[in-house]
Ligand binder design. Structure first.
Ligand SMILES: [Zn+2]
Length: 266
C-alpha cells in the first residue's frame, strides 16, 4: 500500500518569478468537486510546488513569487494521478492505518491520536493534554504492517491505561445507581468480546470500550451487571436490561454491533 501523504515535485526551471496575489503568509482555498478543498500556502524556503494529500483535500505549497494559479495548473495537469492516490489514502484509512494528516488519526473516549513524521531515529509516543502524539522517523514506511503494528501497540498501551482510569469507577457508579453487586472488575484486551461476567460476579471489560461512545460502554457495563442476577440471555434478562436502559436494551445492542464492525483497531 502507498505511503501517505505523498509528494509531487516540479522541475526547478519550471518555476518562474511572476507577480503573485498571495501574501507572504497568506493562504487561499478553493473547493473542487473531485479533489475536495485545495489550499495554497506560500513558503519562503519552498523550491518547488508540492502537493500533499490530506483528509479533506489537497494542500499545495508554493515557492515565493509563484502564483496560486500556477499551483492550480499543476494540480489540474496531475489530476488523474492525484485522484488515484487519494483513493488509496482513503482505503488505507478505512483499513485502520494510523497516518499523518490534518485530522486526528483516531478519536478515543478520552484522547485523540495524531501521527507526525519527523527527522528522528526512533518511534516516540507522547501524551500531551488530551492528544497522544506519535512521532515517526522520516525514513519509516508508514504503510508497512510491522510499523502499523508498533503504532497500534503504543495506542493500545494508552487505551488500556485510560480504561483502568475510567471504566471501573463508572461500573461502580452504575452498580450503585441500579442496586447491583459484583465481586471485582478487570480490564482485558479482547476485541471480539466487550465484557464478561463470571458466576462468582467477577466482571471483565475490554479496553476497546474506550473506542465507543460512553452510552454504549454503559450498555456493556449494565449488560454484565444484569448477569450478576440473570446468568443467561433469557426474556427475564432482557426485561431486566430494559428496566435499567429505559426500554432501549435491544436498540443499544444493535447500535453497539454497528460500532464493532467499524472499529478501527486491528
Ligand atoms: Zn451477556
Amino acid at each position: 500500500m502507498e505511503d501517505a501523504p505523498f509528494f509531487l515535485f516540479l522541475q526547478s526551471e519550471w518555476v518562474r518569478p511572476i507577480p503573485c496575489f498571495l501574501t507572504a503568509t497568506g493562504m487561499d482555498t478553493l473547493t473542487d468537486p473531485q479533489l475536495g478543498t485545495i489550499s495554497f500556502v506560500r513558503r519562503a524556503r519552498a523550491r518547488r510546488i508540492v502537493v500533499r494529500i490530506q483528509a479533506d483535500g489537497l494542500r499545495v505549497t508554493l515557492p515565493p513569487l509563484v502564483p496560486a494559479a500556477e499551483g492550480l495548473r499543476f494540480v489540474r495537469e496531475h489530476e488523474d494521478e492525484i485522484a488515484r492516490k487519494q483513493d488509496r489514502v482513503r482505503s488505507s484509512r478505512q483499513a485502520g492505518l494510523l497516518l499523518p494528516g490534518d485530522a486526528p488519526a483516531l478519536h478515543t473516549r478520552t484522547f485523540d491520536v495524531r501521527v507526525a513524521v519527523e527527522a528522528r531515529a526512533n518511534l516516540f509516543f507522547r501524551m500531551q493534554g488530551d492528544t497522544l502524539y506519535i512521532y515517526v522517523p522520516g525514513t519509516a514506511d508508514l504503510a508497512s504492517p510491522a510499523l502499523q503494528r508498533k503504532l497500534w501497540d503504543g495506542v493500545a498501551y494508552f487505551l488500556r491505561q485510560e480504561a483502568h482510569r475510567v471504566l471501573p469507577p463508572r461500573l461502580h457508579e452504575l452498580a450503585t445507581a441500579h442496586g447491583f453487586g459484583y465481586r471485582g472488575v478487570k480490564i482485558q484486551s479482547s476485541r471480539t468480546r466487550w465484557g464478561s461476567c463470571s458466576a462468582r460476579g467477577d466482571i471483565n471489560l475490554s479496553y476497546h470500550l474506550m473506542l465507543v461512545p460512553p452510552h454504549l460502554a454503559d450498555y456493556v457495563m449494565l449488560h454484565e451487571l444484569c448477569h450478576t442476577r440473570e446468568m443467561n440471555h433469557s426474556p427475564r434478562f432482557w426485561q431486566l436490561m430494559d428496566s435499567v436502559t429505559g426500554g432501549r436494551a435491544k436498540a443499544l445492542r444493535t447500535e453497539l454491533k454497528a460500532y464493532a464492525q467499524a472499529l478501527p483497531a486491528p
